[in-house]
Ligand binder design. Structure first.
Ligand SMILES: *Cc1c(COP(=O)(O)O)cnc(C)c1O
Length: 484
């Protein structure tokens, strides 16, 4: 392939044709969801050594390469893909990846990509409006200090770190220049995403500063216990930098009681951060949004578009109730990029950990441009409904156990036809994905190992759930001899 537009057209044509076939076949459940072969074999089949050393790939080479590459991928469009929270993307989202790949406009400063920059700010305002942190015209790009603000980041983990950096600035304003001076701690339920603990350690608090909040038997915060723990911590001379809650939790898909915690935080002047990487999208559904009631009172929140807003990975947002929260996160001045703006537009770079970044919001734009808010709302409701359906299918059986009724599209359960130890569930899961017909995950909550599904594919239907149940029972039988 030369650097010619003629090549671009013919290679592009081939790639799009092959991808369309791949999606079609995946949706019909033709191939395995996942085929795993040893890495050295795969590298050889992909002819990596040849292409890397010599270059010069032609159409035939590309075609062969794609066959191997796509076959050895995780097939997210397959209706039996029910694994991680990475979505089966709306195909429109790929338009953004293609356009960005060609024009390459890393738009953290306005002049490096005005169109992409405008789309980011517009969609950040759109998200803020859903939370209740922005009112008025989405087309207004003049900063209003009374409105919320936010930024897109490469993933929710970085978004969490950004939000907690802002919380640290609020709790200990000198920490940026002189290091942490106060005895800062963060309160969060034990089932909080690991990026929270990492952020706290990165921010210099030390991982021991993460204090687990009491939870109920379904691992949700018990809000009436907050007062007690607050009294105890403050009496020890510690300062609470932030309270972090799940909306919803990664492992269970259950929402912490946002409103009750928010009221407590407001009354005690505590920074509330809502980790809504997965569950914030419920805001788009009139039926589902009550799960986030009270979120308007929080200080910061995150929202992944590559989970329930159907974009390819990655596209996440960190959002703040007030612009000053975001402005205070990184109090760095004086470099060539952070001079006062004289030209047209706005620069996003002062507010992120990253320097160069992708046109992240354009992915979300294309999903919305294709199906609109209504389409996304329906998608979120459909995924919740099918998960509830699965819950009822399992609940009606004596050989399965579900610890809770799902509140989103995440469901944990155990198969009881194997010995009751954690290892058996793990073995079951591993054997299932080895066989490659279904893809599910597993998780440990409260010391108990569960199988876990996340249903994100609009083509996943009851027949696929029934097939999964059959597969689990079948695989358990093949494992049996191992237990004797
Ligand atoms: C997925 C998830 C994250 C991490 O987001 P990434 O985009 O994978 O970095 C953080 N918090 C919660 C609750 C999540 O579900």
């Amino acid at each position: 392939m030369n650097n010619h537009t003629v090549d671009f057209l013919s290679f592009g044509n081939l790639v799009i044709r092959r991808l369309a076939e791949y999606v079609q076949d995946s949706r019909h459940g033709q191939d395995k969801v996942l085929l795993q072969i040893p890495p050295d074999v795969l590298a050889r089949d992909l002819k990596l050594e040849k292409w890397v050393k010599n270059g010069g790939i032609d159409l035939k080479g590309m075609d062969d390469f794609l066959s191997v590459y796509l076959k050895n991928s995780q097939h997210l469009h397959h209706p039996n893909y029910m694994g991680h929270q990475v979505t089966s993307p709306h195909l429109a989202s790929s338009m953004a990846d293609l356009i960005h790949g060609v024009i390459n406009n890393p738009m953290a400063i306005y002049e490096m990509g005005p169109s992409a920059a405008v789309i980011e700010k517009f969609l950040i305002q759109w998200m803020l409006q859903k939370i209740g942190w922005y009112s008025g015209n989405l087309n207004d790009f003049d900063d209003d200090p009374n409105q919320g603000a936010g930024i897109m980041t490469h993933g929710g983990s970085l978004a969490n770190l950004t939000a907690l950096t802002a919380a640290r600035s609020a709790a200990d304003p000198d920490a940026w220049s002189t290091g942490i001076s106060k005895n800062l701690v963060v309160l969060a339920p034990e089932e909080v995403h690991y990026s929270i603990a990492r952020s706290i350690a990165i921010l210099g608090l030390g991982s021991n500063a993460l204090i687990p909040l009491p939870v109920d038997k379904h691992f949700r915060i018990k809000p009436h216990k907050l007062k007690e723990i607050y009294k105890q911590i403050t009496s020890e001379g510690k300062k609470i930098m932030a309270v972090v809650i799940n909306a919803c939790a990664t492992a269970t898909g259950l929402y912490d009681p946002v409103e009750e915690v928010a009221l407590f935080c407001n009354a005690h002047d505590l920074w509330l951060h809502v980790d809504g990487a997965h569950g914030m999208s419920a805001l788009l559904s009139n039926r589902e949004k009550h799960k986030l009631r009270g979120i308007k009172m929080a200080n910061s929140a995150i929202w992944d578009a590559h989970k329930m807003l159907r974009t390819s990975a990655l596209a996440a947002a960190v959002l703040f109730r007030k612009k000053e929260f975001m402005e205070n996160a990184f109090q760095q001045k004086g470099s060539y990029l952070f001079h006062d703006k004289e030209g047209i537009g706005f620069d996003l770079m002062p507010y992120t950990i990253e320097c160069t970044k992708t046109a992240l919001a354009t992915k979300l734009f294309w999903v919305l441009a294709a199906q609109g808010e209504k389409g996304l709302s329906r998608y979120i409701e459909d995924m919740t409904d099918i998960t509830l359906k699965f819950y009822h299918l399992l609940k009606d059986r004596i050989d399965f156990e579900c610890p809770y009724k799902p509140e989103s599209n995440i469901l944990c359960f155990r198969y009881l036809g194997v010995p009751p130890d954690n290892d058996s569930q793990l073995k079951l899961r591993n054997k299932i994905i080895q066989r490659g017909k279904h893809y599910i995950t597993s998780t440990e909550i409260g010391g108990i190992r569960y199988l876990r599904t996340v249903i994100l594919n609009e083509f996943s239907a009851q027949t696929h759930l029934e097939a999964l149940i059959k597969e689990i029972i079948f695989v358990a039988k093949t494992l049996k001899p191992l237990y004797n």
